[in-house]
Design a protein around this ligand. Structure first.
Ligand code: DC
Length: 218
């Protein structure tokens, strides 16, 4: 039986940074489910599908074959055989993913793949519905959050460090809108699983959060 660590939480809470570190320490694979939803959103953007048109999204999403491979321990998302890691990180793709991930067909396709990965490997998996829907029997469940202000500031620091100029107020507005969309959708909304441990990282360092989760695994 594989060991499963599920980390859910809102955009920008630090899930991927933390999950990647834990996976490295425990020698588990890291499954970034947001990247799968982003790859699907990228595909739908490239096909010029109206994200609000559920039927069009359903018809188009079946043409996207999304798989995950690991190269040097890093997750590579393949969309119809092509590595899309470098094109799915934009705000445009993230915002599209928040809308198109509401579609049941999109969720069904990606959830099957996520469950399969977790049944064959020890995993640290992060997303919005991992503890509640994808891996309800996970050994450790964490709901990682931080205030919207702190999350916006972290995102702003990250983009600025990459030389991308951006407006922090706009980023905070985007974050709040995405939280609302992700928390209020009909299927698999973002929420803390009843048996998940809440960690608010607003005033914690990355290493402190990593240690808190490792302690839960003992
Ligand atoms: O974690 P992220 O920002 O890369 O995720 C992008 C979007 O994908 C997020 O706004 C909602 C969606 N998502 C989801 O619905 N379920 C998941 N398990 C992961 C992400």
């Amino acid at each position: 039986m594989s060991y499963q660590i599920a980390i859910d939480g809102p955009a920008g809470a630090g899930k991927s940074t933390i999950a990647r570190k834990i996976a490295k320490i425990k020698e588990f694979i890291y499954v970034d489910t947001g990247a799968m939803y982003r790859a699907m959103a990228y595909f739908l953007l490239s096909s010029h599908v109206d994200p609000k048109d559920a039927q069009a999204v359903e018809a188009e999403c079946v043409k996207a074959d999304i798989t995950i491979v690991y190269m040097d321990g890093e997750q590579v998302v393949l969309l119809n055989g092509e590595n899309v890691n470098s094109v799915i990180r934009s705000e445009e793709v993230g915002n599209m993913a928040s809308v198109t991930s509401q579609n049941p067909k999109v969720r069904e396709r990606l959830t099957v793949l996520q469950k399969e990965l977790a049944s064959k490997n020890n995993v640290v998996m992060d997303g919005r519905d991992i503890g509640t829907c994808v891996l309800p029997g996970a050994d450790v469940k964490v709901y990682l959050t931080a205030s919207a202000k702190v999350r916006a500031k972290r995102r702003w620091d990250e983009l600025t460090a990459k030389g991308i100029s951006c407006d922090i107020t706009q980023i905070e507005e985007d974050i709040v809108r995405r939280d609302q969309q992700d928390m209020n959708r009909e299927i698999a909304p973002l929420k803390q699983a009843e048996d998940a441990v809440l960690i608010d990282s607003s005033f914690m360092t990355i290493d402190e959060v990593v240690q808190a989760i490792l302690d839960l695994c003992k």
